[in-house]
Design a binder for this molecule. Sequence first.
Ligand code: UT7
Length: 370
Amino acid sequence: MVYAHITGWGMAVPEKILTNDDLSKMVDTNDEWIRSRTGIRERRIASDEESSATLATKAAIRALNLANLKPTELDLIIVSSSSPEHIFPSTASLVQDNIGAKKAGAFDLSAACTGFIYALDMGAQAIRSGSVKNVLVVGTETLSRFIDWTDRNTCSLFGDGAGAFVLQADERPGGVLSSVLHSDGSGGDLLTLPAGGSKYPASAATVRDGLHFIQMDGKGVFRFATRVMARATKEAMEKAGLEIEDLDLIVPHQANMRIIEAAARGLKMPMEKFMVNLDRYGNTSTASIPIATVEAFESGRLKEGDTVVFVGFGAGLTWGALATEWSGPRPVEKRVNHGAYLFWARIRSVILRLMRIAEGVLWGRYGRGK
Ligand code: UT7
């Protein structure tokens, strides 16, 4: 029997901080309203040089470092994002090239703020099936690029960042224990980024009508979220054959403090069992759970052997929960020099590009399939 253990984790957030007071100079809002209605004090905003792929790459390297795993040992990379670098190529393929994971398959997954749970589950399933051994799962967002900075209903909520986990096969029991994934597309209109896809391709009209910005029925999402968070957590624990009382820590999607408090009431659990850091990052969508997990570990709230549930909700509508027995980093005999791997990844990428150019020239001169 093979188990999927979380052996590495890392996060990356932009340096630029946007506080509630900063926002109050941009739109009709104030620190008191945002803090009391959401719990958010500030969020991080990507610079012009940063993107979903650059943040994902940084988080991935940190996770690989902790797992002490070479990028070349990765079999699969799954990137979850609602603000991918492009429609295609996938952000996962860009990360694969950036870190030099030359034998890994790579794909993006779209399940909005629940995406990291979906991606973790897919990675764990791939390991349990025996088809792969080492998987990198990344949640990354630069949703600040899709925000109407004149809309106070949405601009105070979201922030940028990325978080990554390394999953590894092990015969030792533990790691990912169970998961539940759900969707209800009838609620798709509650939270949407309408244009830029095949239904409303970019045009002067879509830009004029603001259809490339996030649109949200905040109250509708709030009601849905408070319904599903406790329920999904219970389902995942039941599926793992555990009682709610066995839980050491819940890492919820970091959208709104009041939603997390409602989940705590629904589960009859004290708030101390919930990891919360949305005050400093806002809602980083699919990145929020891995970022909160990294900080839970770094602050000593997550120890080897702990039973942890990750639970999230978001556009789609989607929601889900995943129960895990935290394994902690594996003991290290010899440190992998990730700096060297990254250096060679850059060289390799340039060589591959040059070879493609040379191939094109030769093909034009002598080839054309003859
Ligand atoms: O990952 C999933 C992403 N989405 C979510 O998690 C959103 C879930 N929903 C929420 O978190 C909350 O519904 C919000 C924070 C979005 C709104 O809180 P609320 O307590 O549900 O406020 P509300 O919808 O009752 O809005 C009350 C008023 C409205 O003004 P009017 O129309 O009553 O005059 C809003 O325009 O508050 C206004 N408002 C604001 N006022 C100051 C909305 N945003 C702001 C703001 N500053 N930033």
